[in-house]
Design a protein around this ligand. Structure first.
Ligand code: SAM
Ligand code: SF4
Length: 472
């Protein structure tokens, strides 16, 4: 599998114009939810005119709304180990960072972390680990996933770990993981080589073909991503879309999600500056363009980004967000220990995350607990969702895409968001969040077709009388 990098360079060189007629035609095409070609995306990536950017943002918001409705899916990362045999210059976990306190969680400790997250209201986790043979092998990850499903009411576990063989991915499939995500970091081969000087990750080709192996191993929900800040964002976005197109061409299966991590400072990182900083305006543009280019793909935003920007991006096409995150193995349990009086002392060179735990992978900027994020999403007119219905009803891969493309997914996402929100309000909501939540639920039920509204009202009653985990 080869991504045609010269084709990308050519498309970028040919698209240096803000011609209003052409740009409006491209945005209008994107608004039809049929996706965009590489050359069309290149024009949008070069866009600078504020009025035209405004048109792009409105189109992206409308497309997100028509496909997924108002729901924003919430999840938290769970880091199981920060040992790593790679030396990615941008990462605090890199092997050569001797100041980083290393930790590997036992299965019991992982279960404890999952319990803390479930007790905050989470039902979806993203399992993350550094690359170390004992921690990121398929059997270890499968055992970890199984241990969490056994111990806690966590209903979907996505995984972000180093590339595996087809056989390894098959083991993850058998363990019933949700999405397998892997970020290419940069699609530019020379920059990739410079950023990954040693370890298995220095093999560009192995990484760029990993998602193919995941699909061959039976995983049909796969997620792509770029670490924005390593190379020209216009090149990276086109290469990412080309990667998605190749998957679609070969397997009739596009990415289930795209992640848009932006490079953040991390104590212990080898880089002293960010090689190709992406400013907020360009970042907003990237997200809106991805929404038009791949209308049916989930766009995931992490707590790397600050609160005000996260709130703005809700309106530009983002459909999933992490919340209340720690990027340190044991971070959730440690936080509770700190609150119980067992204060930890910060070690020199160690970073802290949302919860103030030491030894995190990089600095985070949104430090709000889940409850606050839930509240703010509702204030913006959206519905926080903890839904895991598609995955558990085997609506994954092509089946999911068929529903999304026919518009039918809309009929499931909003009602299920309402049911999982009600569950959250009953079990975890403070008084203010409950009040706003119930108001939002009432408003949204009124927009449902009458037969569905009746069914959802009935389910809401069942939840209030003690039933859990209801979905359509
Ligand atoms: N170790 C595996 C790998 O590298 O693919 C999986 C997990 S790694 C902990 C998750 C992601 O964190 C990486 O793919 C990278 O994009 C991101 N990351 C690393 N350093 C970062 C930084 N300084 N700022 C933002 N994201 C970073
Ligand atoms: Fe290790 Fe992943 Fe960090 Fe690279 S990005 S040093 S592989 S944890």
């Amino acid at each position: 599998m080869q991504i045609a990098l010269t084709k990308i360079e050519e498309a970028l060189n040919k698209s240096q114009t803000d011609d209003p007629v052409l740009i409006q035609e491209i945005i209008a095409k994107g608004r039809e939810k049929k996706g965009l070609h590489l050359e069309e995306v290149a024009f949008l990536l070069n866009l600078k005119d504020p009025a035209m950017l405004d048109g792009l943002y409105q189109a992206a918001a409308a497309v997100k709304d028509e496909i997924y409705g108002k729901r924003i899916v919430l999840f938290a990362p769970l880091y199981t180990s920060n040992y790593c045999i790679n030396n990615c210059l941008y990462c605090g976990f890199r092997q050569a960072n001797e100041a980083l306190p290393r930790r590997r969680l036992s299965l019991q400790e992982v279960q404890q972390e999952a319990r803390f997250l479930a007790a905050a209201g989470h039902h979806r986790l993203l399992l993350v680990t550094g690359e170390a043979p004992s921690d990121s092998s398929a059997p270890t990850i499968a055992a970890t996933v199984e241990a969490i499903y056994q111990a806690v009411d966590i209903r979907r576990i996505n995984v972000n770990c180093a590339p595996l063989s087809i056989e390894g991915f098959r083991i993850l499939k058998e363990a019933q993981i949700g999405t397998y995500q892997l970020f290419q970091e940069t699609y530019h081969p020379e920059q990739y080589k410079a950023m990954h000087p040693s370890g298995p990750k220095s093999d560009y080709q192995d990484r760029v073909t990993a998602i193919h192996r995941a699909i061959e191993g039976g995983l049909d929900d796969v997620g792509l991503g770029v670490l924005y800040g390593l190379y020209d964002y216009r090149f990276e976005t086109l290469a990412l879309l080309e990667h998605a197109r190749l998957l679609e061409e070969q397997y009739n299966l596009g990415p289930h999600t795209i992640s848009v991590p932006r490079l953040k400072k991390a104590p212990g990182m080898a880089l002293t500056t960010i090689p190709a900083e992406v400013d907020d305006e360009s970042f907003k543009k990237i997200i809106a363009i991805l929404r038009l280019a791949l209308p049916y793909t989930g766009i995931i935003l992490s707590t790397r980004e600050p609160v005000t920007l996260r709130t703005e991006l809700l309106h530009l096409g983002v459909s999933q967000m992490s919340a209340g995150s720690s990027t340190h193995p044991g971070g959730y349990s440690d936080h509770v220990e700190q609150h119980n009086g067992k204060e930890k002392t910060e070690e020199p060179g160690a970073s802290t995350d949302t919860l103030g735990t030491i030894g995190s992978q990089f600095y985070l900027e949104d430090h709000r607990p889940l409850q606050e994020v839930v509240h703010s999403i509702m204030e913006e007119g959206f519905i926080p969702s903890f839904c895991t219905a598609c995955y558990r009803s085997e609506r994954t891969g092509e089946a999911f895409m068929a529903l999304a493309k026919s518009g039918a997914i809309h009929k499931m996402c909003n009602p299920n968001a309402l049911l999982t929100l009600e569950e959250f309000l009953i079990d975890f909501g403070d008084e203010e969040t409950k009040k706003l939540g119930r108001q939002r639920i009432t408003e949204e039920i009124e927009k449902l077709p009458p037969s569905q509204a009746t069914r959802i009202k009935q389910h809401l009653q069942e939840l209030r009388s003690g039933k859990r985990d209801l979905y359509v």
